[in-house]
Design a protein around this ligand. Structure first.
Ligand code: HEM
Length: 166
């Protein structure tokens, strides 16, 4: 807490950033170490224009896709163990923000950067591939067109390097 206050004071000249203290602002979530919030933490620049947001059926559609990919990841024997011991309330919120930000849906991303968020998980390339498969199934279910699915996946693909160890 004291560290967070010192960091907040140090950053007070840069109003675009805030210091996360999630237990205070987001009930039901576990506390994480203080970090600097920035949209840049989302790991990529957003699409321009409203075509991608429309393709995902707005914020409601994004919410459905995020919930389905999280539910599938929890149920999938390849990835269940990775997800079960973590904070799924926070993950659903921050993943929704991240997807909405990237799809230019009018959201800010308040989560950690991809390297910090995954640093203790020991993820492998196979885990990444399983997650992408589950995301594709969720996007199919939401009836998002193949071309738009691929556009979105192309934004996420370079994040493999930041999330997996090998
Ligand atoms: C493009 C690939 C990925 C993206 C965009 C992504 C996105 C995110 C985001 C936004 C968070 C939350 C950040 C925060 O809490 O501040 C997160 C955390 C997490 N991710 Fe990923 N992720 C990716 C790959 C993966 C993979 C491959 C797995 C495992 C199969 C995974 C499992 C998790 C878990 C378990 C957490 C929660 C960690 C914690 O609570 O400490 N992620 N991810």
């Amino acid at each position: 807490m004291i560290q967070a206050l010192i960091l907040a004071a140090a950053l007070s000249t840069a109003p675009a950033f805030t210091v996360e203290h999630p237990s205070a602002t987001h009930p039901g979530e576990e506390e994480v170490e203080a970090y600097v919030q920035a949209d840049a933490n989302a790991g990529t620049r957003p699409f321009a224009g409203d075509a991608m947001l429309k393709a995902f059926h707005g914020q409601a559609g994004i919410g459905r896709v995020v919930d389905e990919v999280v539910d599938r990841s929890l149920a999938d024997p390849r990835t269940a163990e990775i997800f079960h011991s973590q904070d799924m309330v926070r993950l659903r919120r921050t993943l929704r923000e991240q997807f909405c930000y990237i799809l230019d849906g009018g959201c800010r991303y308040s989560g950690r950067d991809m390297k910090a968020a995954h640093k203790d998980l020991g993820l492998q390339n196979a885990d990444f591939n399983a997650l992408v498969e589950n995301l594709q199934l969720a996007m199919d279910h939401e009836k998002i067109g193949f071309r738009d699915q691929n556009r979105f996946l192309a934004k996420l693909a370079p994040m493999q390097r930041q999330t997996v160890e090998r």
